[in-house]
Design a protein around this ligand. Structure first.
Ligand code: SF4
Length: 480
């Protein structure tokens, strides 16, 4: 599972997870949606929510906290069952704990109600919002969902049906978004034209289900059907399943590579590639790029562990547990520096009996500011490791992400300030090696669509939001 959102522990965080179900079997959609949100919990710990459409009346339960906190035992029973349900889990930075941004967001307009749950980041948000505000719109939050709802409601005034309004909305909104929309008689799922964030469709008996990740389908007993394609809108109604596809330049599709490295659950398959297999290959590829000699390979919990297994398989060096992670330290920890240090110390401890006197290769998924890596090396050395060689299953971060992953600002990224050799010195490791961009791309060979590697290359296939161009690096950003 991912690091806890409130901790500000110098790890990247994803923004959200979405789920939707159209009931054709007399299923209990609220219970299914609730179970599905547990399967998406790793994508966001800040808030959770469910909206159910019962005979075209919408009922919502949402709030701050993990799924178990927002829905304590028996509380989901208060929501009536219905035809359609959508659910959402959200991550956001501590600075943006806006309760009004909790989702699903329900908007009532002249054609009825819609409930929206979005994962991603709309990059022309300020421009679109300004236009809407000039027309009298009053926003309650800074959420992508609210903006999307307003655009759809506005477009609906000049179109014959909701489908056309959503297609027009997709034409207007730029950036990354995968979303599910509950309408009075339809469930709609959509993925932006670049396909930055995953979204897949499944079948639960005769009912259609949509989720950010396929791992959810296993947990609710649904069968994976396929990925929603970049630029595709799927509508499910009484007549069945209807797909509308925008003309998309496949060269410019750009599914987030970092989903495979860190964000997604290993038991998910995204655009045809198993996340677990990709992580094993990352470890194998690390061995081909850094064939080191050592006594044991270990991974930093959780997302470094599978790559460590891959490295061990490729090298023949035994794999062993290097750390114990305290899974019970949660969101109660604050954000001050001292608290952060305390958290790092209590969350992870080195397994002395396993590392003492050994030459250790330790694999982690990424380095952002370097503090966590320094702490990991220190833990291993304090537990008696003779040598500590740190390998990273992704390339150095050289740019923030503009498309929905909360990676630190450019100045905080250690790889923008120091060379790899200087970072090695800073964190106190005997060796430091990052997986190359080419190597990482090879690990997801077979993916159905193009891939984004912008945070590793500073090169983006989609427009960067103009608000970011105020920084002095703007002219160094490459456009593919
Ligand atoms: S910039 Fe990085 S984190 Fe953001 S979408 Fe691209 S690969 Fe993913």
């Amino acid at each position: 599972m991912k690091s806890v959102a409130f901790t500000s522990d110098a790890k990247a965080h994803d923004e959200c997870g979405v789920f939707g179900i159209y009931n054709s079997d007399g299923l209990n959609v609220v219970e299914i949606c609730h179970d599905a949100l547990y399967g998406l919990q790793h994508r966001g710990h800040i808030s959770a929510g469910i909206t159910v459409n019962n005979a075209e009346s919408f009922y919502t339960q949402k709030g701050l906290g993990m799924v178990s906190e927002v829905f304590p035992p028996k509380s989901v029973e208060k929501l009536p069952n219905g035809m359609i349900a959508v659910g959402h889990v959200r991550y956001t930075s501590i600075q943006n704990l806006d309760q009004a941004a909790n989702q699903p967001l329900v908007l009532r307009y002249k054609e009825g109600s819609i409930a929206i749950a979005v994962n991603g980041s709309i990059t022309n948000f300020p421009q679109i919002r300004k236009v809407l505000e000039r027309g009298g719109a009053i926003f309650q939050s800074n959420s992508n969902a609210e903006l999307m709802a307003y655009v759809i409601a506005t477009e609906r005034c000049s179109t014959d049906n909701l489908e056309d309004a959503v297609i027009n909305c997709m034409d207007k909104l730029k950036g990354a978004y995968s979303a599910v929309i509950c309408a009075p008689t339809r469930l709609i799922a959509l993925r932006d034209r670049h396909g930055f964030r995953p979204l897949c469709v499944g079948k639960l008996r005769n009912s259609w289900v949509f989720a950010s990740e396929s791992c959810v389908f296993d947990s609710i007993g649904a069968e994976f059907v396929r990925d929603v394609e970049p630029g595709e809108m799927i509508v499910v109604d009484r007549e069945g399943f209807h797909s509308y596809k925008a003309r998309v330049d496949r060269e410019k599709t750009s599914m987030c590579l970092f989903e495979y490295v860190y964000v997604a659950r290993p038991d998910s398959v995204i655009d045809g590639v198993s996340v677990h297999t990709a992580r094993i290959r990352m470890g194998e590829m690390l061995y081909s790029e850094y064939p080191l000699d050592a006594d044991m390979v270990c991974g930093v919990p959780d997302s470094g562990i599978i790559a460590a297994e891959g490295y061990a398989r490729a090298s023949g060096i035994p794999y062993g547990m290097g750390f114990m992670k305290n899974k019970y330290i949660g969101r109660k920890v604050g954000t001050g520096m001292d608290k952060k240090k305390r958290l790092m110390q209590t969350k992870l401890t080195a397994l002395k009996s396993n590392v003492e006197g050994k030459r250790i290769i330790v694999i982690d998924d990424s380095i952002i500011r370097g503090e966590t890596s320094k702490h990991i090396v220190h833990l291993l050395r304090s537990a008696g490791a003779k040598e500590v060689h740190m390998l990273i299953s992704s390339p150095p971060f050289v740019s923030p992400c503009y498309f929905g992953i909360d990676i630190s600002d450019r100045e905080s990224l250690i790889a923008n300030k120091l060379t790899t050799e200087q970072i090695r010195e800073e964190i106190g490791a005997d060796t430091l090696g990052y997986l190359s961009v080419e190597g990482l791309r090879k690990t997801v060979e077979g993916a159905q669509f193009g891939l984004c590697d912008g945070c590793f290359t500073n090169s983006f296939s989609a427009d960067i939001p103009s608000v970011f161009f105020v920084d002095k690096y703007a002219n160094k950003i490459n456009k593919k």
